[in-house]
Design a binder for this molecule. Structure first.
Ligand code: 26V
Length: 826
């Protein structure tokens, strides 16, 4: 693990002696904002008004630091990092910013003096849900860590007008409603009118000559869209450094087509505008297959081109020529969504800055880096040559030339086997010709990384097997991490307070000292406080769940938590089937004691993913039957908490006793929820998948509950098209659970509802739900047993908190900085 030093700088605002001054100053500032900016009278101000006034007052502090940071960076000519991501799942910013500036108590006091509770305001802020799940949340954690470590960085993405849809559960089914986070304004963003760029689409290309290997060209796009930047300051820990998250919004170059307008064609006159502005209208689901999504490709090119134009222009302004770009800029491509950057940077260098192809290629490969986030074949992006050529004709030419030179190079190395050449080609030739974006990103990057040890290992063995063979050092691992500021200090104040009491404030700066609590994992006083902190969090979650679903639960029961996107590979179905089996066990032994358990589920399914939506309905159907069965009493409760979000996770994570990380081995690239839950002391029940493996290494294999097949075992069964029927026949318990689904026990209104699920398992158990069922059941019973020995349970739980310091995104970012970006950190 790389070192995480203690505080070196004078904190901007932190000491307790400053608190009274800060409080008085903040109170005054909040009142002034309410009065002069919002034009509101104190007596008539709503919670939302107070929220806005507080955000604006806090923002002033952020701006002061932001300006100083910018000055410092410009003066020192530091290398900059650019993080390109089509998703940033930021969540709320008020409390986060207050935490990082160490102003929480001052703000609380200031507001109290005005008769307002900070915690009421906190909930007024809508989540910036500009992401689907792990990938977007990782980008947000990285933004926090880059600021914390004083890395001069920009996040670049899209300012979606509608973030991830709102999920309602109606009669057990998911319904999607549009989300409208900007409806009441956004105090955190700054539009920057001085940095707009034109983004071209379609049209034709004219050659104007060049060196041997290339021909410089002029692209005449048929359509131009404007990219307008909105900057959100991201304040780092202790307010030492502020970076910008720059999100692009699409505007039509010509809002109204005058010719059409003058002819009375009012709809036609604004049609181009609607088409242009659709680009930043709505976030796409990342986990449904992108079939014919022209708009998605437009989004990808739109934000990639705007970002590259912006950063190259900044570089030229400072250094005169793009020749030195790799020395001054490191660009990280978050998955393949910005992979068109490889062709776009080449276009900028060759067509606009007159570089030779060879020189341009050296600069491109020295500047770009790529992170892969999935192995699932259906998730690897490809675009048909037809669509790419129609939308980006110049880029397709560049891609073909890159490929031609790459295949020539491969041939020169003596690698001439046609199967090998087909596998390393940028163009997939089987069926309709498609461009492989992961291959393009791989070739155009200095460094390519996976997001957990297992994932990187599998990348080397599968997707990039042949590409990595010729450039073995290009592929590296950077295991994901999470920001402890949001996921411990903010989300779990009772536990944080206890840890500060025991370890001192230094723990907030250097979480590695969490290791020290290993020594007190058996100390009754500490255990009791740790347990009470959890109980406080569970009581809070119980209230939230009752308000949301009407289901009452006992905070003393075991809270078994499965929260993430709903996807077959994440196996919520396995958990649901075990729930049915557990219910049947309770019913057949009504007088036996059982460990009281609350099964908590939350997560959204992509709107078009029917099977995932059926699984949500199944969980709700099971909940309905179980929760209303008087025989069950408090032994089992099932809750599906609607509308999962970053903010909801902040309430659920600190209240979890058990963390469900049960993806089919080899399918979850890393997972980051697993880290959040372990840090907060939940014990993992999980497979040997993604970062679960590293979690079990760091917390100790005896402190996690591992079960199920390994990735190689799964791969073999997948190859053999494993029929689940075999496993079902061997497991009376699974058989009984499936029989109850077949009989309509959980769907009296539609007895056939779950037949497709049963049939699919019997036929081809692609996700090994049947194959892993018995192992999962047995491990759950071992969990019951452990719960009945509280001393062991709490020891194990504490050792999870003690052992997860390595999963701080500060550690991850230090590794990126050292090995990929080559920039210093504090
Ligand atoms: C995309 C698709 C598209 C087609 C249908 C199936 C499918 C399934 C998953 C995806 C997600 C692709 C990228 C992604 O979000 N990966 C997630 O990245 C996280 C951060 O590295 C990581 O923790 C998760 O394990 C990984 O799934």
């Amino acid at each position: 693990m790389t070192s995480m030093p203690t505080v070196k700088h004078k904190p901007h605002i932190s000491s307790i002696s400053d608190r009274a001054a800060n409080e008085a100053q903040l109170r005054e500032a909040i009142q002034a904002k309410l009065h002069y900016v919002l034009g509101k009278n104190r007596d008539r101000a709503s919670h939302h008004d107070w929220y806005c006034a507080t955000a604006l007052a806090v923002r002033d502090h952020v701006i002061d630091i932001w300006m100083k940071t910018d000055e410092r960076i410009a003066k020192q000519e530091k290398k900059r990092v650019y993080y390109l991501s089509i998703e940033f799942l930021i969540g709320r910013l008020l409390f986060d910013t207050l935490t990082n500036l160490r102003l929480v108590d001052a703000a609380r006091g200031a507001l109290r003096g005005l008769g307002v509770e900070l915690d009421d305001l906190r909930r007024c802020e809508p989540d910036a849900a500009l992401g689907n799940g792990g990938l977007g949340r990782l980008a947000a954690c990285f933004m926090d860590s880059m600021s914390a470590l004083s890395i001069p960085a920009f996040g670049y993405g899209i300012r979606y007008e509608n973030g991830l849809f709102e999920q309602r559960i109606v009669d057990g089914w998911q319904q999607e409603l549009p989300e409208d986070w900007l409806a009441r304004g956004n105090p955190w963003e700054f539009p920057r009118a001085n940095a707009e760029y034109s983004i071209g689409f379609g049209g034709s290309v004219e050659y104007v000559g060049g060196d041997d290997a290339t021909a410089r060209a002029i692209w005449y796009p048929a359509e131009t869209v404007l990219a307008l930047p909105y900057d959100t300051p991201i304040a780092g820990w202790r307010g030492r450094h502020v970076n910008a998250l720059r999100l692009w919004s699409a505007r039509a170059a010509h809002p109204v087509q005058l010719a059409a307008f003058n002819q009375g064609d009012y709809v036609g006159a604004v049609a181009a505008r609607a088409r242009a502005e659709a680009i930043s209208r709505v976030l796409y689901p990342n986990d449904s297959t992108p079939e014919g999504q022209e708009l998605r490709l437009r989004q990808e090119y739109f934000f990639t081109s705007a970002s590259l134009q912006d950063l190259t222009q900044r570089h030229v302004a400072a250094f005169g020529s793009l020749e030195t770009l790799p020395d001054q800029a490191a660009v990280q491509l978050n998955d393949t969504h910005p992979a068109i950057a490889v062709a776009e940077l080449m276009r900028i260098l060759v067509d606009e800055h007159d570089f030779s192809w060879e020189k341009a290629w050296t600069i491109t490969k020295g500047t770009l880096n790529y992170t892969n986030h999935t192995l699932l074949p259906e998730a690897l992006e490809t675009w048909t040559v037809e669509l790419l050529g129609r939308l980006l004709p110049r880029h397709l030419q560049i891609i073909y030339l890159i490929n031609w030179l790459h295949l020539q190079e491969t041939g020169k190395r003596g690698l001439t086997d046609p199967t090998l050449l087909a596998s390393v080609s940028l163009i997939q030739e089987s069926g309709e010709k498609r461009v492989r974006m992961a291959h393009l990103a791989f070739l155009g990057s200095a460094s390519v990384n996976g997001v957990s040890a297992l994932h990187t290992d599998l990348l080397r063995k599968t997707v990039f097997h042949d590409l990595a063979e010729t450039t073995p050092t290009r592929l590296v691992n950077k295991t994901n991490g999470i920001t402890f500021r949001r996921w411990l200090y903010e989300a779990n104040q009772p536990l944080t307070q206890l840890l500060v009491e025991r370890l001192g404030e230094r723990f907030l700066d250097d979480p590695r000292c969490l290791e020290e609590i290993r020594g007190i994992a058996d100390e009754p006083g500490f255990v009791e406080h740790y347990r009470r902190a959890r109980l406080t969090n569970k009581a809070r979650l119980a209230t939230v769940m009752q308000q949301a679903t009407g289901v009452r639960v006992d905070p003393h029961a075991l809270f078994d938590v499965h929260i993430k996107r709903i996807h077959e590979y994440k196996r919520q179905l396995l958990n649901a089937l075990e729930t049915i089996a557990l219910y049947q066990e309770i019913r057949s032994h009504p007088d036996r004691d059982a460990v009281p358990r609350v099964k908590i589920f939350a997560g959204k399914a992509a709107a078009s993913y029917d099977r995932a939506k059926l699984i949500i309905k199944l969980i709700n159907d099971i909940a309905h039957v179980v929760n209303n069965d008087p025989l069950v009493k408090d032994r089992l409760k099932v809750v599906f908490v609607p509308n999962y979000s970053a903010s909801l996770a902040e309430v659920i994570v600190p209240a979890a006793d058990l963390s469900e990380q049960i993806s089919t081995a080899g399918m979850e690239a890393s997972g980051t929820g697993n880290m959040k839950l372990a840090l907060n002391g939940a014990i993992t029940i999980g497979t040997l998948d993604g970062a679960n493996i590293e979690i079990s290494e760091y917390v100790g294999i005896d402190n996690v509950m591992i079960f199920g097949m390994t990735a190689p075992e799964v791969a073999e069964k997948v190859r053999a098209h494993f029929p689940g029927q075999q496993a079902i026949d061997a497991s009376p318990r699974l058989k009984a659970a499936l029989a109850s689904l077949e009989s309509g026990m959980f769907s009296a209104d539609d007895p056939a509802r779950y037949h497709p699920i049963v049939r699919a398992l019997e036929d081809y158990d692609r996700y090994m739900v049947a194959a892993d069922f018995d192992a999962y059941w047995d491990t759950q019973r071992a969990v019951d047993h452990l719960w009945q020995t509280p001393a062991d349970w709490w020891r194990m739980s504490i050792l999870n908190t003690a052992g997860t310091a390595w999963f701080s995104s500060d550690r991850t970012i230090r590794e990126y900085a050292r090995d990929i970006w080559h920039v210093p950190t504090t």
